[in-house]
Design a protein around this ligand. Structure first.
Ligand SMILES: Cc1cc2nc3c(=O)[nH]c(=O)nc-3n(C[C@H](O)[C@H](O)[C@H](O)COP(=O)(O)O)c2cc1C
Length: 249
């Protein structure tokens, strides 16, 4: 079963090297339009997007994420969870304002931003553009809040570097569906699961065959490495969430 939409979705890979060509204003508007047409929780449109074009701000983002290549992308978008706009629309009821500070509404902003960013990724790919989502903007949330003058009830969620691809990386193989798509009941991994062992081998082969950064790595080892990172790097997150007025009940 195949059609152009599925072809685009199934051909996805993150792109981290771009040509010098910047996105046109029309391309930027089209990508934002695609993002805007995603479903949003309770039709509250609880996210915003900042286009970052200031070279100094891009350089700061390069420092925060460690991804200096974002400075050469065709365009950079910063996605925010945003309950501030809606707080400005309601002046009357204290209960409604209090609701905007809740965990529920924080999550709603995260959901809306997450769905919107992926629509932008796919829309870009349908136009021949490549991109990488960057959660690493959260390495320094307080600095982002300062840099972009983010008001209370907003929070940075991720960046998206978009541009004309200057690489065609191999696709990263996904796990077999039997490990992540269940029917009616959750299925934990079983010890020495042969499907997992086979997938670990697929990932080892992927890293060994890929052109650069060759390394020996199974999926299990990859997860262990990711989780061994020092949580202190994101220690300011809770404080920043509190500062922005989120998670109050
Ligand atoms: C929420 C989120 C945050 C991500 N953050 C980063 C990031 O900070 N830096 C980066 O290089 N890639 C980032 N990625 C991209 C993933 O590394 C990438 O999607 C994953 O390795 C699978 O590769 P693929 O997209 O090429 O299939 C992020 C992806 C998601 C969904």
């Amino acid at each position: 079963m195949m059609n152009p939409t599925l072809t685009t979705l199934l051909n996805h890979r993150s792109i981290r090297h771009f040509t010098d060509e910047k996105l046109t204003a029309e391309e930027v508007t089209t990508l934002v339009d695609a993002a805007q047409h995603t479903p949003t929780s309770t039709f509250s449109q609880q996210y915003s997007i900042i286009s970052v074009t200031d070279p100094q701000k891009l350089a700061t983002l390069g420092n925060i994420t460690g991804h200096h290549w974002l400075e050469d992308a065709g365009h950079f978008f910063l996605f925010l969870a945003d309950q501030y706009r809606n707080s400005q629309l309601i002046t009357a009821t204290p209960r409604a304002i209090a609701n905007l500070h809740s965990t529920d509404k924080f999550l709603a902003g995260i959901f809306d931003a997450s769905i919107a960013v992926e629509a932008m990724v796919v829309a870009g790919e349908s136009l021949g553009l490549g991109s990488t989502i960057m959660g690493s903007v959260l390495n320094d949330a307080p600095q982002l809040i300062d840099l972009f003058h983010l008001p209370e009830l907003t929070f940075p969620v991720f960046g998206l570097a978009v541009g004309h691809p200057a690489e065609e990386p191999e696709q990263k193989p996904r796990m077999p569906q039997s490990l992540m798509h269940f029917t009616n009941d959750y299925q934990p991994l079983v010890a020495d699961d042969p499907t997992l062992a086979a997938y670990n081998q697929v990932i080892t082969d992927y890293y060994q065959s890929r052109g650069k950064q060759q390394r020996e790595e199974t999926f299990s080892h990859h997860i262990a490495t990711e989780l061994a990172r020092d949580p202190q790097q994101r220690a300011k997150l809770n404080q920043a969430l509190e500062y922005q007025g989120f998670l109050q009940k």
